[in-house]
Design a protein around this ligand. Structure first.
Ligand code: UD1
Length: 337
Protein backbone atom coordinates (compact mmCIF):
# COMPACT_ATOMS: atom_id res chain seq x y z
CA UNK A 1 0.00 0.00 0.00
CA UNK A 2 1.27 3.46 -0.93
CA UNK A 3 1.39 6.04 1.84
CA UNK A 4 2.12 9.76 1.58
CA UNK A 5 4.33 11.14 4.34
CA UNK A 6 4.52 14.93 4.26
CA UNK A 7 7.60 16.31 5.98
CA UNK A 8 9.06 12.83 5.56
CA UNK A 9 12.64 14.10 5.61
CA UNK A 10 12.19 15.82 8.97
CA UNK A 11 12.97 14.47 12.41
CA UNK A 12 9.83 12.48 13.24
CA UNK A 13 8.88 12.03 9.59
CA UNK A 14 12.10 10.26 8.60
CA UNK A 15 11.89 7.84 11.53
CA UNK A 16 8.30 7.08 10.58
CA UNK A 17 9.24 6.44 6.94
CA UNK A 18 11.75 3.85 8.19
CA UNK A 19 9.11 2.06 10.26
CA UNK A 20 6.58 2.17 7.41
CA UNK A 21 9.07 0.66 4.96
CA UNK A 22 10.05 -1.97 7.53
CA UNK A 23 6.35 -2.94 7.65
CA UNK A 24 6.19 -3.24 3.87
CA UNK A 25 4.45 0.01 2.97
CA UNK A 26 5.46 1.86 -0.17
CA UNK A 27 6.24 5.44 0.83
CA UNK A 28 6.12 8.67 -1.10
CA UNK A 29 7.55 11.69 0.67
CA UNK A 30 6.63 15.31 0.12
CA UNK A 31 9.08 17.77 1.65
CA UNK A 32 10.06 21.33 0.75
CA UNK A 33 13.49 20.96 2.42
CA UNK A 34 12.87 24.13 4.45
CA UNK A 35 14.12 22.41 7.61
CA UNK A 36 15.58 19.19 6.26
CA UNK A 37 17.98 17.86 3.66
CA UNK A 38 17.77 15.45 0.76
CA UNK A 39 20.66 13.54 2.38
CA UNK A 40 18.13 12.08 4.80
CA UNK A 41 16.97 9.87 1.91
CA UNK A 42 20.38 8.19 1.99
CA UNK A 43 20.01 7.48 5.70
CA UNK A 44 16.55 5.96 5.18
CA UNK A 45 17.92 3.85 2.33
CA UNK A 46 20.89 2.67 4.39
CA UNK A 47 18.58 1.47 7.17
CA UNK A 48 15.80 -0.10 5.13
CA UNK A 49 17.51 -1.02 1.86
CA UNK A 50 14.81 0.89 0.03
CA UNK A 51 14.63 4.46 -1.25
CA UNK A 52 11.23 6.08 -0.84
CA UNK A 53 9.78 8.11 -3.71
CA UNK A 54 10.56 11.78 -3.08
CA UNK A 55 8.61 14.74 -4.45
CA UNK A 56 10.12 18.10 -3.55
CA UNK A 57 7.20 20.45 -3.34
CA UNK A 58 5.67 23.08 -1.16
CA UNK A 59 2.23 22.23 0.19
CA UNK A 60 1.32 25.93 0.20
CA UNK A 61 1.09 25.71 -3.59
CA UNK A 62 -2.39 24.44 -4.16
CA UNK A 63 -1.82 23.51 -7.81
CA UNK A 64 1.29 21.52 -6.85
CA UNK A 65 -0.78 19.53 -4.33
CA UNK A 66 -3.46 18.91 -6.97
CA UNK A 67 -0.86 17.73 -9.47
CA UNK A 68 0.71 15.46 -6.89
CA UNK A 69 -2.58 13.64 -6.33
CA UNK A 70 -3.15 13.34 -10.09
CA UNK A 71 0.25 11.70 -10.43
CA UNK A 72 -0.08 9.49 -7.35
CA UNK A 73 -3.80 8.78 -7.54
CA UNK A 74 -3.43 5.53 -5.59
CA UNK A 75 -2.53 7.37 -2.38
CA UNK A 76 -5.36 7.12 0.14
CA UNK A 77 -3.32 7.18 3.34
CA UNK A 78 -1.51 10.30 4.52
CA UNK A 79 0.67 10.98 7.54
CA UNK A 80 0.97 14.74 7.76
CA UNK A 81 4.09 16.03 9.52
CA UNK A 82 5.02 18.98 7.31
CA UNK A 83 4.71 22.09 9.46
CA UNK A 84 6.72 24.84 11.10
CA UNK A 85 7.31 24.21 14.79
CA UNK A 86 9.34 26.98 16.43
CA UNK A 87 7.25 28.63 19.13
CA UNK A 88 9.24 31.90 19.25
CA UNK A 89 9.33 32.29 15.47
CA UNK A 90 5.57 31.76 15.33
CA UNK A 91 5.09 34.76 17.64
CA UNK A 92 7.29 36.88 15.35
CA UNK A 93 5.77 35.65 12.09
CA UNK A 94 2.24 34.44 12.77
CA UNK A 95 1.10 34.53 9.15
CA UNK A 96 3.97 32.29 8.08
CA UNK A 97 2.67 29.75 10.59
CA UNK A 98 -0.98 30.10 9.64
CA UNK A 99 -0.16 29.77 5.97
CA UNK A 100 2.32 26.94 6.30
CA UNK A 101 0.48 24.86 8.89
CA UNK A 102 -3.13 25.60 7.95
CA UNK A 103 -3.29 26.27 4.20
CA UNK A 104 -1.32 23.12 3.44
CA UNK A 105 -3.61 21.04 5.64
CA UNK A 106 -6.68 22.39 3.84
CA UNK A 107 -5.20 21.62 0.40
CA UNK A 108 -4.40 18.06 1.40
CA UNK A 109 -7.87 17.44 2.79
CA UNK A 110 -9.47 18.96 -0.33
CA UNK A 111 -7.75 16.31 -2.41
CA UNK A 112 -8.50 13.46 -0.02
CA UNK A 113 -12.20 14.28 0.23
CA UNK A 114 -12.55 13.41 -3.45
CA UNK A 115 -11.59 9.81 -2.74
CA UNK A 116 -14.10 7.10 -1.88
CA UNK A 117 -12.10 6.50 1.28
CA UNK A 118 -9.09 8.14 2.92
CA UNK A 119 -7.04 7.81 6.09
CA UNK A 120 -5.30 10.77 7.69
CA UNK A 121 -2.85 10.85 10.59
CA UNK A 122 -2.17 14.29 12.06
CA UNK A 123 0.88 15.45 14.00
CA UNK A 124 -0.59 17.22 16.97
CA UNK A 125 0.99 18.17 20.27
CA UNK A 126 0.42 18.07 24.00
CA UNK A 127 0.74 21.83 23.73
CA UNK A 128 -3.05 21.84 23.11
CA UNK A 129 -3.57 21.08 26.84
CA UNK A 130 -1.60 24.14 28.00
CA UNK A 131 -0.88 23.68 31.70
CA UNK A 132 -3.32 20.86 32.40
CA UNK A 133 -4.81 20.79 35.88
CA UNK A 134 -4.36 17.07 36.45
CA UNK A 135 -1.33 14.86 35.86
CA UNK A 136 -0.98 12.55 34.05
CA UNK A 137 -2.89 14.12 31.17
CA UNK A 138 -5.74 12.16 29.60
CA UNK A 139 -7.11 12.82 26.12
CA UNK A 140 -10.28 14.34 27.54
CA UNK A 141 -8.41 17.04 29.48
CA UNK A 142 -9.70 20.37 28.20
CA UNK A 143 -7.95 22.07 25.32
CA UNK A 144 -6.82 25.46 26.56
CA UNK A 145 -6.30 28.78 24.80
CA UNK A 146 -3.08 28.49 22.81
CA UNK A 147 -0.06 30.42 24.06
CA UNK A 148 1.45 30.93 20.60
CA UNK A 149 0.43 30.94 16.94
CA UNK A 150 2.29 27.61 16.61
CA UNK A 151 0.14 26.05 19.35
CA UNK A 152 -2.92 27.61 17.80
CA UNK A 153 -2.18 25.98 14.43
CA UNK A 154 -2.26 22.57 16.14
CA UNK A 155 -5.63 23.31 17.75
CA UNK A 156 -7.11 24.76 14.56
CA UNK A 157 -5.67 21.84 12.58
CA UNK A 158 -7.45 19.37 14.84
CA UNK A 159 -10.73 21.28 14.45
CA UNK A 160 -10.42 21.45 10.66
CA UNK A 161 -9.92 17.68 10.54
CA UNK A 162 -12.87 16.99 12.88
CA UNK A 163 -15.21 19.24 10.87
CA UNK A 164 -14.07 17.72 7.57
CA UNK A 165 -14.28 14.09 8.71
CA UNK A 166 -17.93 14.63 9.72
CA UNK A 167 -19.00 15.27 6.14
CA UNK A 168 -16.48 13.33 4.05
CA UNK A 169 -15.03 9.83 3.70
CA UNK A 170 -11.91 10.86 5.55
CA UNK A 171 -11.14 9.05 8.81
CA UNK A 172 -8.46 10.52 10.99
CA UNK A 173 -6.29 9.97 14.03
CA UNK A 174 -4.89 12.95 15.92
CA UNK A 175 -1.63 12.07 17.66
CA UNK A 176 -0.70 14.41 20.48
CA UNK A 177 3.02 14.05 21.05
CA UNK A 178 4.72 14.84 24.30
CA UNK A 179 8.47 15.61 23.92
CA UNK A 180 10.09 13.58 21.11
CA UNK A 181 13.85 13.03 21.48
CA UNK A 182 16.57 10.59 20.43
CA UNK A 183 17.65 9.12 17.12
CA UNK A 184 17.66 5.86 15.19
CA UNK A 185 20.08 3.30 16.70
CA UNK A 186 21.92 3.05 13.36
CA UNK A 187 22.85 6.77 13.60
CA UNK A 188 21.81 7.07 9.97
CA UNK A 189 19.02 9.55 10.85
CA UNK A 190 18.32 11.87 13.78
CA UNK A 191 17.41 15.43 14.73
CA UNK A 192 19.18 18.24 12.86
CA UNK A 193 18.08 21.59 14.29
CA UNK A 194 19.05 24.68 12.30
CA UNK A 195 21.05 27.22 14.30
CA UNK A 196 20.92 27.35 18.09
CA UNK A 197 18.64 24.57 19.35
CA UNK A 198 15.58 25.74 21.25
CA UNK A 199 14.73 22.31 22.61
CA UNK A 200 16.44 20.80 25.63
CA UNK A 201 17.98 17.58 24.33
CA UNK A 202 19.72 18.91 21.19
CA UNK A 203 21.04 21.79 23.30
CA UNK A 204 22.44 19.29 25.80
CA UNK A 205 24.12 17.10 23.18
CA UNK A 206 25.62 20.14 21.42
CA UNK A 207 26.93 21.37 24.78
CA UNK A 208 28.39 17.91 25.35
CA UNK A 209 30.26 18.27 22.05
CA UNK A 210 31.57 21.69 23.06
CA UNK A 211 29.54 23.53 20.41
CA UNK A 212 27.72 25.43 23.17
CA UNK A 213 29.45 26.67 26.28
CA UNK A 214 26.82 25.71 28.79
CA UNK A 215 23.16 24.84 29.11
CA UNK A 216 20.77 27.36 30.64
CA UNK A 217 18.30 25.60 32.90
CA UNK A 218 15.19 27.72 32.62
CA UNK A 219 13.92 27.99 36.19
CA UNK A 220 14.47 25.96 39.36
CA UNK A 221 11.61 27.43 41.34
CA UNK A 222 8.78 25.40 39.82
CA UNK A 223 6.53 23.47 42.22
CA UNK A 224 8.15 20.15 41.23
CA UNK A 225 10.32 17.76 43.31
CA UNK A 226 13.63 19.39 42.29
CA UNK A 227 12.25 22.76 41.19
CA UNK A 228 12.89 22.27 37.46
CA UNK A 229 10.12 21.77 34.90
CA UNK A 230 8.84 18.29 34.13
CA UNK A 231 8.13 16.80 30.69
CA UNK A 232 7.44 13.40 29.18
CA UNK A 233 10.39 12.63 26.86
CA UNK A 234 9.58 9.96 24.31
CA UNK A 235 12.01 8.15 22.03
CA UNK A 236 11.36 9.11 18.41
CA UNK A 237 11.51 5.45 17.30
CA UNK A 238 8.69 4.55 19.70
CA UNK A 239 6.77 7.54 18.41
CA UNK A 240 7.36 6.54 14.78
CA UNK A 241 5.97 3.06 15.46
CA UNK A 242 2.77 4.56 16.82
CA UNK A 243 2.14 6.19 13.44
CA UNK A 244 2.33 2.87 11.64
CA UNK A 245 -0.08 1.31 14.12
CA UNK A 246 -2.46 4.27 13.77
CA UNK A 247 -2.44 4.04 9.99
CA UNK A 248 -3.03 0.28 10.04
CA UNK A 249 -5.92 0.88 12.43
CA UNK A 250 -7.61 3.16 9.88
CA UNK A 251 -6.79 0.94 6.89
CA UNK A 252 -8.24 -2.07 8.74
CA UNK A 253 -11.26 -0.06 9.90
CA UNK A 254 -10.55 -0.79 13.54
CA UNK A 255 -11.23 2.81 14.53
CA UNK A 256 -14.20 3.35 16.84
CA UNK A 257 -14.87 6.91 15.73
CA UNK A 258 -14.37 8.94 12.58
CA UNK A 259 -11.70 10.92 14.41
CA UNK A 260 -9.78 9.47 17.32
CA UNK A 261 -7.23 11.18 19.53
CA UNK A 262 -4.29 9.59 21.33
CA UNK A 263 -1.61 10.93 23.63
CA UNK A 264 1.84 9.65 22.73
CA UNK A 265 4.18 9.71 25.69
CA UNK A 266 5.86 7.31 28.07
CA UNK A 267 3.68 8.18 31.04
CA UNK A 268 6.70 9.20 33.09
CA UNK A 269 7.62 12.79 33.84
CA UNK A 270 11.30 13.79 33.98
CA UNK A 271 12.69 17.08 35.26
CA UNK A 272 15.33 19.09 33.44
CA UNK A 273 17.88 18.02 36.08
CA UNK A 274 16.92 14.37 35.58
CA UNK A 275 17.49 14.74 31.85
CA UNK A 276 20.91 16.28 32.55
CA UNK A 277 21.72 13.37 34.90
CA UNK A 278 20.69 10.88 32.26
CA UNK A 279 22.97 12.57 29.73
CA UNK A 280 25.88 12.56 32.17
CA UNK A 281 25.34 8.88 32.87
CA UNK A 282 25.19 7.70 29.26
CA UNK A 283 27.96 9.98 27.97
CA UNK A 284 30.23 9.76 30.99
CA UNK A 285 30.66 13.52 30.71
CA UNK A 286 29.92 16.39 33.07
CA UNK A 287 27.48 18.85 31.53
CA UNK A 288 28.17 22.50 32.29
CA UNK A 289 24.95 24.32 33.17
CA UNK A 290 23.66 27.35 35.00
CA UNK A 291 20.30 28.13 36.50
CA UNK A 292 18.49 30.94 34.70
CA UNK A 293 15.06 32.55 35.08
CA UNK A 294 12.03 30.68 33.73
CA UNK A 295 11.48 30.81 29.96
CA UNK A 296 8.40 32.79 29.02
CA UNK A 297 5.47 30.63 28.03
CA UNK A 298 6.82 27.45 29.67
CA UNK A 299 4.52 25.31 31.74
CA UNK A 300 5.42 23.55 34.99
CA UNK A 301 4.72 19.98 34.05
CA UNK A 302 3.23 17.76 31.36
CA UNK A 303 3.23 13.99 31.17
CA UNK A 304 0.85 11.63 29.49
CA UNK A 305 -1.72 9.23 30.75
CA UNK A 306 -1.01 6.47 28.25
CA UNK A 307 -3.97 4.18 29.03
CA UNK A 308 -5.86 5.00 25.84
CA UNK A 309 -2.79 4.62 23.61
CA UNK A 310 -1.89 1.34 25.37
CA UNK A 311 -5.33 -0.23 25.51
CA UNK A 312 -7.21 1.17 22.51
CA UNK A 313 -4.44 1.89 19.99
CA UNK A 314 -2.40 -1.07 21.21
CA UNK A 315 0.88 0.81 21.39
CA UNK A 316 3.28 1.33 24.25
CA UNK A 317 6.56 3.23 24.51
CA UNK A 318 9.32 0.71 25.09
CA UNK A 319 12.54 2.70 25.24
CA UNK A 320 13.75 4.48 28.38
CA UNK A 321 14.99 8.03 28.86
CA UNK A 322 18.56 6.70 29.15
CA UNK A 323 18.20 4.81 25.87
CA UNK A 324 16.82 7.91 24.17
CA UNK A 325 19.62 10.10 25.56
CA UNK A 326 22.27 7.56 24.55
CA UNK A 327 20.91 7.49 20.99
CA UNK A 328 20.78 11.30 20.82
CA UNK A 329 24.38 11.46 22.05
CA UNK A 330 25.57 8.82 19.58
CA UNK A 331 23.87 10.73 16.77
CA UNK A 332 25.38 14.08 17.80
CA UNK A 333 28.86 12.53 17.83
CA UNK A 334 28.34 11.01 14.40
CA UNK A 335 27.04 14.29 12.92
CA UNK A 336 30.05 16.24 14.19
CA UNK A 337 32.67 13.66 13.25
C1 UD1 B 1 8.55 22.95 23.08
C2 UD1 B 1 7.47 23.90 22.70
C3 UD1 B 1 6.23 23.09 22.35
C4 UD1 B 1 6.54 22.18 21.18
C5 UD1 B 1 7.75 21.31 21.51
C6 UD1 B 1 8.17 20.63 20.24
C7 UD1 B 1 7.93 25.96 23.91
C8 UD1 B 1 7.50 26.87 25.00
N1 UD1 B 1 7.23 24.84 23.78
O1 UD1 B 1 8.11 22.18 24.20
O2 UD1 B 1 5.17 23.95 22.01
O3 UD1 B 1 5.44 21.36 20.90
O4 UD1 B 1 8.84 22.10 21.99
O5 UD1 B 1 9.35 19.94 20.40
O6 UD1 B 1 8.86 26.25 23.19
N2 UD1 B 1 14.85 23.89 28.72
C9 UD1 B 1 15.94 24.40 29.40
N3 UD1 B 1 16.99 24.89 28.68
C10 UD1 B 1 17.01 24.89 27.31
C11 UD1 B 1 15.90 24.36 26.61
C12 UD1 B 1 14.84 23.87 27.35
O7 UD1 B 1 15.96 24.42 30.64
O8 UD1 B 1 17.99 25.37 26.73
C13 UD1 B 1 13.73 23.34 29.48
C14 UD1 B 1 12.41 24.04 29.19
O9 UD1 B 1 12.25 25.14 30.02
C15 UD1 B 1 11.42 22.92 29.44
C16 UD1 B 1 12.19 21.65 29.06
O10 UD1 B 1 13.55 22.01 29.09
O11 UD1 B 1 11.10 22.86 30.79
C17 UD1 B 1 11.83 21.12 27.69
O12 UD1 B 1 11.97 22.17 26.76
P1 UD1 B 1 11.79 21.96 25.18
O13 UD1 B 1 12.66 20.85 24.74
O14 UD1 B 1 11.96 23.28 24.53
O15 UD1 B 1 10.30 21.44 25.04
P2 UD1 B 1 8.93 22.12 25.53
O16 UD1 B 1 9.14 23.50 26.02
O17 UD1 B 1 8.27 21.17 26.44
Amino acid sequence: MKVLVTGGLGFIGSHTVVELQNEGFEVVIIDNLSNSSEDVLKGITAITGKTPIFEKLDLREKSAVQNFFKKHNDVTGVIHFAASKAVGESVEQPLLYYENNIASLVYLLQELQQKPEASFIFSSSCTVYGQAEKMPITEDAPVQAAMSPYGNTKQIGEEIIIDTAKVTNISAILLRYFNPIGAHSSTEIGELPLGVPQNLVPFITQTGMGLRQELSVFGNDYPTPDGTAVRDYIHVVDLAKAHVIALQRLFNKKNLQKVETFNLGTGTGSSVLEVINSFEKVSDKKLPYKIMPRREGDITEAYANTDKANNVLGWKAELSLDEAMASAWKWEQKVRS
